[in-house]
Every structure is written in C-alpha cells, then in structure tokens.
Design a binder for this molecule. Structure first.
Ligand SMILES: Cc1cc2nc3c(=O)[nH]c(=O)nc-3n(C[C@H](O)[C@H](O)[C@H](O)COP(=O)(O)OP(=O)(O)OC[C@H]3O[C@@H](n4cnc5c(N)ncnc54)[C@H](O)[C@@H]3O)c2cc1C
Length: 390
C-alpha cells in the first residue's frame, strides 16, 4: 500500500490488489515506529496522521521475577516523534488508501486475490486474479509481491527461501484495562513464561509467548489453566482473566523467520514479509516493510515513469534492503536463542540478567535498543518527488 501510494504520488499508474474486502483483522502489527513516523513527516502528513486515534509508547519496560527495569527510552531519538505510535493496522492502511486516492494514478481493487503469475518469454507480465466475478488477468510493467509471509507470488515465482527458525509462537488476546492499572507497556518474565502487555487505553493487547508448537498442548490443558497462568504471572489481571471465555478469543501467531536469497525475477519484485518474514521481537515487521517500500519507490520510480525497470534496477532494491534485513534478523535470532529459549525452558524463578541491570545503572544505555527498535539499520528517506497536481 505504501509503495502504491508513493508511486501514484510520483505519477505512476498503480493498481493495488487486496484479497480481503477490508483490512479489519485483529492482532495484526499495530506498531508504527519513529522511522515510519519520520517518513510521514517528510511526506507532510504527520499532523494529519497523528489525529487518528493512537497511543504513544515512550519507553519499553519489563519485569523479571519481581524486578522491574526500562530497556529502551525513545526520548533521545533524532526524529520528530520520540515514541512508537500504536494504531490498528486497518487505520494505518485506510490512511494510506485515502492519501493514495488524492492522485489520479492510484487504483485499488478489493476482493481480488492474485492466484498465479502471467509469464511471457521468461518475464513476469502480470497476475491472474480471482474476483467475485471470476478469474481475470491484470497486466503490468512491474508486478510487486507484497502479499505477506504466506506469499503466493513468491511461491509461484519459485524464489529461493532460507528458513532461519524460531523457538516460539505467540498467543494474542486482549483483556480489559482499568484506570488504576500500570500505565506502561510491559513485558513480564518468570519461570518458563513471557507475557507482553501493550497499553491500548481501554484494553491490554496481550502477547503470550509459548514454546514452538505448544499451542495444542496449552489448549488441551484447558482455558481455566491458561487463565491461571496469566493471573500467576501478572497478578493484577486475576480479576479479569474470566473475560477469556473461548479459544476463539485467542489467536495463534506461528512465528516464522525467513528471507528470500533472490527478491526479483524479470518483471517481478518481492518486498516486505513476502521477501523476509521477521520475528516478532522488537515489533519491527511493519517498519521493515515500509522501509522496503520507500527504497523500492526511490529506486524504481524514475524507471517506472519511463516504462519498465530493468533487472539491474530490481536487484538494486534487494541490494539496498538486504543489509537491514540480515542485520535485524541476526539480532532477533541472538535474542531468540539466548533470551527467549532460556526463559521458555526455565523451571526456576528468574532474576534480572546483568546486562539489564546495567540499563538501570547507566540510563543512557537505553538509547541503544531504542535506536535499534525505533529507527533500525539504514533508515530510508523519501527521495521520489511528488507529481504536480495542478
Ligand atoms: C499476529 C501478528 C502480530 C504482529 N505484530 C506486529 C507488531 O506488533 N509490529 C510489527 O511491526 N509487526 C507485527 N507483525 C508483522 C507485521 O504484521 C508484518 O511484518 C507486516 O504487516 C508486513 O507487511 P506486508 O505489507 O509485507 O504484509 P502484510 O501486512 O501481511 O500484507 C499483505 C496483504 O496482502 C494481502 N494478500 C495476501 N495474499 C494475497 C493475494 N494472493 N492476493 C491479494 N492480496 C493478498 C493480505 O490480505 C494483506 O492485506 C505481526 C504479524 C502478525 C501475524
């Protein structure tokens, strides 16, 4: 959506295809990072964007056993917004659609599912789509596979994937929030358990991290046992865990960390989760997808205004974005293997590790995780100019 908007803003004809009728899906990534907010500022859209309902997260805090600590402080970032904005993904996407519609080249078709690639002489020249009115062909100078971590486009293109593995899955749910609850977003860690609570004002968005593949076993133990696990880990939630009445209230995210070794073929480029599914650590999936879109617009926009980008242009996008992808995934794997795996495998009460104690002693150290999470590696900036609408 972001790439569609940026290209249409520059004067390129774009058709965005979306298989669903709307964007209303719960428990999608809702974190808009300072680097994404900075792009909104560069586009002159920040004030309008921040008028949408959102919450602002200035710090990331945690509790190990009984000890609390702050691990990231965004207040020193060199960006206009020194916070992560929590906004439902459908609001963010609808905002981008509204912005895109200001440009004549922007088109979007809902309930249009790409099912296959159309190829001619070794070039991808479009996609076949399934709509309510049957199968149709859409032809284009360039096809972008931005269809997420279960990408049909990347599968049909036969692009090679490296799976990096993950020791955990996540159960997402929500519990009501009371006025006298702690205000901050918090990660609670204790023997074998990890629960992250995101403050969404009237409710807590809860991410319960479980060992990979353990969801069935947890379901078999039953809801009362699951409620008790949450209440034991975070006692102030005990008076409302009964709100979880059905497993339908709890969504499973099967965590996958992977990346393509080749992101393009003649006429086709994959970006975002379709090119690299990220671990949920740091909540950076949206940010990386947005950064890919900006890099792709900067690199391919000029060529698309003339016609068809070359294979060299397409490879240049991968070249630009591979380093941040690899570096972020490397960090995520280190945390997965050294922290998450250890926490999930522990049977004894946990104490705060020494490096988190350092964050308490030397608060400026909290700026490092803040920068890695809030801005990340190689932040992109808007270089593709807007077309003159007058
Ligand atoms: C439960 C959950 C929680 C998450 N939490 C966070 C978080 O807190 N922070 C964060 O940064 N990231 C989070 N993520 C990851 C984040 O959602 C993704 O990294 C990010 O949305 C990737 O953007 P994308 O545009 O590449 O793909 P997506 O956001 O997955 O978008 C792909 C779109 O393509 C559509 N589509 C799929 N297949 C087709 C097709 N064949 N034809 C047409 N349309 C199709 C889909 O309906 C979807 O709208 C979470 C993911 C999940 C599943």
């Amino acid at each position: 959506m972001m790439l569609g908007f940026l290209l249409a803003r520059a004067g390129v004809e774009v058709l965005v295809l979306e298989k669903h009728a709307d964007f209303l899906r719960d428990f999608r990534g809702d974190t808009i990072h300072p680097s994404t907010l900075e792009l909104m500022y560069e586009l002159g859209l920040l004030d309008e964007f921040l008028k949408r309902p959102h919450q602002e997260l200035q710090e990331l805090r945690g509790q190990v056993g009984r000890e609390t600590f702050t691990m990231a402080d965004f207040s020193h970032l060199p960006t206009h917004c020194k916070f992560i904005a929590l906004m439902p993904q459908w609001d963010f996407l609808n905002f981008l659609v509204e912005q895109g519609r200001r440009y004549p080249g922007f088109h979007i078709e809902m309930q249009a599912e790409a099912t296959d690639l159309i190829e001619e002489n070794g070039h991808v020249v479009g996609v076949r789509i399934a709509t309510q009115h049957g199968i149709r062909e859409v032809r284009a100078n360039l096809t972008i596979g931005a269809d997420g971590r279960h990408s049909v486009i990347r599968a049909r293109a036969g692009l090679p994937v490296v799976n990096l593995g993950a020791p955990m899955d996540v159960l997402w749910t929500r519990l009501s929030r009371r006025a006298d609850d702690p205000g901050q977003t918090f990660g609670y860690v204790d023997r074998g358990k990890l629960l992250v609570l995101l403050n969404r004002e009237d409710y807590w968005q809860c991410a319960f991290v479980i060992p990979k593949g353990a969801a069935d076993e947890i379901r078999q133990r039953g809801l009362p046992a699951f409620r008790e696990e949450i209440a034991k880990l975070v006692p102030f939630l005990r008076d409302r865990v009964d709100e979880l009445r059905d497993w339908k209230d709890i969504s499973l995210l099967t965590v996958a960390v992977d990346r393509l070794t080749q992101w393009s073929r003649p006429g086709l480029l994959c970006i975002g989760d379709a090119a690299h599914a990220m671990s949920p650590i740091g909540g950076v999936g949206i940010n990386l997808a947005i950064q890919d879109a900006v890099a792709a617009a900067n690199i391919l926009g000029p060529a698309l205004l003339q016609g068809t980008p070359s294979e060299h242009d397409l490879r240049a996008v991968q070249k630009r974005r591979m380093f941040p992808t690899r570096a972020t995934q490397r960090l995520q794997l280190i945390i997965q293997n050294n922290v998450i795996r250890r926490v999930l495998g522990s049977t004894k009460p946990l104490t705060l590790p020494w490096f988190f104690k350092l964050f308490q002693r030397f608060p400026y150290l909290r700026r490092i995780p803040a920068r890695l999470v809030g801005i990340g590696f190689r932040p992109e900036h808007i270089h593709l100019p807007a077309q003159d609408l007058h």
